[in-house]
Design a protein around this ligand. Structure first.
Ligand code: CS2
Length: 482
């Protein structure tokens, strides 16, 4: 079962920063389909790990090929999987080991697109405003050490500087992260960094490079040892670095490419004029619901998304949250039936073959909440509409941050702002009154932005904080289940 794409014949048209599981089950799959359909050898991928060598160490010995296991359940509810071999990754570079090699790859004549999946915190921005933080340790470092950057933004700006210096063409910078207007967020960060170092470079980037926005959607849990063992058994040989995904795939990307692009429609992508309404739909429905399930479910002591959504109170609450409070904030989209989208989403969450861990989704909440829940809250408040269910998702996060579930099991909080959040939590615990506690918690400006201190938010949070503490997740969700 060899991949149809022969990696040795490929050139690296795409340099991808952050070669994690998501990218290998999304961009790489669409690129594989595009190369297969056209035979165009320009679109091989150079993957870059910004931190750990593990992907390179596992993939390179197997010729960078790997297996994608697409998992769901059949009509009887029995798990099933379909295996596909992916061969379009040409090489994997490990940035901390050799930053120069990454810069040279960006400044290579074959390179036409630099794409990124570096997660929300990889943009080193203020989560509430989206602005690049010049005081972020990695950004501060990269401004001082142009030849050995650490951050994605540092690599991009320095790589583009080399291209410009050498008289090379401009390229496309494409974010595939779950951020609103991800292309614009990336562009703003790149330009802000470039302006700090070289105003002419910033002007060149602005005039010549493009930053298409896109909405990406596919559930890709972190691969476990158990997944590796079962895939090896099904394959009949060892694959050190397979990925697991759901069958569902979506990608709406703006067709603004400075130096060409593969025909990703062959792999299920859609080219759109404006990705913003699709991003809003996806971030609010898929990710807003996902984070709400993750915090409440982890507090309840459940382990995976399918386990949480199998609880009747949770399923009904999540359905009501989408129908009553999220959907009314969404723009109408051609060909989109929101009720069908919601039903399909609940089915995706119920996929029993993914074992998508709640704690994986729960990480980095400070970076995720603004675009997943708080934008919806703002729109609802502006319309004078209730935010009761949305507030339970936020209260779930605040309650989750205490680090102990209802069964008394402790867990670690994995969040770049964990320390500051735990100080706020301690300050709030000193207050006996739930409304006052809610006020202190929701005054955390880096996350809540202009909602910080808004009495309407604190008033919505207070009863949920009390109910989660006194009655628990199931009872609290049940009360809001319709
Ligand atoms: C998840 C997403 O981990 C998370 O925060 O909500 O990775 C989610 O699975 C994808 O965005 C689905 O497209």
């Amino acid at each position: 079962m060899d991949p149809k794409v022969d990696r040795t014949a490929l050139h690296s048209g795409i340099v991808h920063l952050g070669i994690g599981a998501f990218m290998r089950a999304h961009l790489a799959v669409a690129t594989e389909a595009a190369i297969e359909a056209s035979g165009d050898a320009r679109w091989g991928i150079s993957g870059v790990s910004l931190r750990s060598p593990d992907t390179r160490d596992a993939l390179v010995p197997q010729g960078c090929r790997y297996t994608l296991a697409i998992r769901d359940a059949d009509e009887q509810g029995r798990p099933r999987q379909r295996l596909q071999q992916i061969g379009c990754v040409r090489e994997v570079l490990v940035a901390p080991e050799d930053p120069r090699a990454v810069l040279e790859r960006i400044a290579h004549e074959d390179t036409r697109i630099v794409s990124l999946t570096v997660t929300e915190k990889g943009y080193c921005h203020d989560p509430a405003t989206g602005k690049l933080r010049l005081d972020h340790p990695d950004i501060a470092h990269d401004l001082q050490h142009a030849d050995a950057p650490k951050s994605a933004i540092g690599f991009i700006v320095r790589g583009l500087a080399l291209r410009r210096m050498r008289g090379m063409s401009a390229i496309t910078l494409m974010s595939l992260d779950n951020l609103p207007s991800n292309g614009q967020t990336l562009q703003a960060a790149v330009l802000a960094f470039a302006r700090e170092t070289d105003a002419e470079l910033a002007a060149w980037i602005e005039a010549n490079c493009t930053f298409p926005c896109s909405m990406v959607d596919r559930i890709v849990p972190r691969t476990t040892d158990e997944d590796r063992a079962s895939i090896e058994q099904a394959l009949g040989h060892h694959d050190a670095w397979p990925v697991v995904a759901e069958p569902f795939f979506d990608w709406a990307v703006e067709d603004r490419f400075a130096a060409g692009r593969p025909d990703w429609t062959k792999g299920g992508a859609r080219f759109v004029d404006d990705a913003a309404p699709w991003e809003r739909l996806k971030l609010r429905m898929v990710n807003g619901a996902h984070s709400t399930i993750a915090y409440l479910g982890a507090v309840a002591g459940w382990r995976t998304v399918d386990e949480a959504i199998a609880q009747p109170a949770m399923r009904q609450f999540i359905e009501a949250l989408m129908r009553e409070e999220i959907e009314p904030t969404l723009p109408a989209l051609p060909g989109l039936d929101l009720a069908a989208y919601r039903a399909q989403l609940l089915q995706r969450f119920a996929n029993p073959a993914l074992a998508h861990r709640l704690q994986q989704i729960a990480m980095d909440g400070s970076q995720k909440l603004p675009q997943r829940l708080l934008g919806t809250v703002r729109d609802r408040l502006a319309a004078g509409a209730p935010i009761t269910r949305l507030a339970l998702g936020i209260a779930g996060w605040l309650h989750y941050l205490r680090g102990v579930d209802e069964r008394g099991e402790a867990y670690a909080i994995d969040d770049p702002l964990a320390q500051a959040l735990s100080q706020t939590l301690r300050a709030a615990d000193g207050s006996g009154d739930d409304e006052h506690r809610a006020h202190i918690l929701s005054s955390f400006t880096a996350v809540f932005g202009d909602l910080a201190g808004d009495p309407r938010l604190a008033r919505a949070l207070a009863p949920h904080l009390r109910s989660l503490r006194e009655s628990g997740v199931t009872t609290t969700a049940h009360a809001l289940a319709r």
